[in-house]
Design a binder for this molecule. Sequence first.
Ligand SMILES: Nc1ncnc2c1ncn2[C@@H]1O[C@H](COP(=O)(O)OP(=O)(O)O)[C@@H](O)[C@H]1O
Ligand SMILES: [Mg+2]
Length: 361
Amino acid sequence: MTSGSGSSTTTVATMPHVGMNLEHNGKTWTIIKTLASGPFSEVFEALDAETKQHYAMKTEKEVGTIRPVLKLDVFVLRMLQNRNPIGFPRIFDAGRTDNFKYVVMQLVGPDLSKLRRSLPDKKFSLITALRVCAQTLDRIETLHDMGWLCRDIKAPNFAIGRGEQAGIVYMLDFGFARRFLDNNGNHVRPRAAAAILGTIHYAPIASHFGREQSRRDDLESWFYMCVELLVGPLPWANLDCRRQHQLICEWKQFARKGGRHQFLKDCPLEFNNILSMIDALRYYERPNYRLIAAQIEKAIDRMKLDRYAPFDWQVDNGKIIEKAAFIGDLGESHLLSLKLREAQKKKSLEGNYDSAMEIST
Ligand SMILES: Nc1ncnc2c1ncn2[C@@H]1O[C@H](COP(=O)(O)OP(=O)(O)O)[C@@H](O)[C@H]1O
Ligand SMILES: [Mg+2]
């Protein structure tokens, strides 16, 4: 990597940041925006200086990262790429410098968590939520059928496509993935103990007990995500992951017993069957994804919902999507409103923006 031209005077020692021109492996990437900044990695929007195409660039420090994940991410994305399934970002480049690793992939739209929080009631309409549940289940099935577990299923790890692909839900983030099939296609045997990982709020009960995860556990996390998409924040959403992880586990167990009715009362009743199907799965068993998907279809039919209706983010000239792009990279709502107001002003000067957006985080 050498220094970029123009506004940026980057040296080899610099970590990727907005405004930088990253020259590496014969390509120049201009980093134009931070999309997400997490404990393990940073994700930027980057421009190929030659073609002017926009990409997502995920980066990870070479030193000091508690748990390096990018290598795994790249491995899984490459493996998926060969089969070209729908709903996984395409990978275009990957490399490492002295300081960081990076991967350049297809830029997608906002993730499901940001989208949900951008909606007026902070929840999706029933039909949008149900279709998102069905699509995310399809992605998990695809990943599983390639022999991999995700082990970090949650709304921020799924995003919608951009432009014409806004009706496709993409699966992101394979940093915690684990291969569960060996080279002969046999299921690997569970280790005696496995660390709890991923995001505790969505972790399967088995993981709270330090047990190895399998396909059923990804579906258990998927189920918690579905309830959140359908109803809003989970009952244990405000508990502290570190100090109260025991209590979070107890909540999940309670949701199977005395608390089941309360937990599922605002979900279509088919979700009661889906939870039973998931809880009945054995460690080595391949879930019957189609039977679960059929329950979602049944709910859509029973409630006479229009399965061809546009998604919630497709009905308002892209305002929800625009708002979602500001959520997350700014924690405070007044900052968010300032930024949005600026964006609105700029847009109305351009003459194609009609009304103000509701501000909330
Ligand atoms: N290809 C992409 N296009 C657009 N945004 C992305 C892309 N990949 C990731 N993101 C955004 O960055 C966030 C973090 O990326 P992720 O791969 O989940 O990494 P982490 O390991 O930090 O969770 C995602 O939740 C999403 O909002
Ligand atoms: Mg993630």
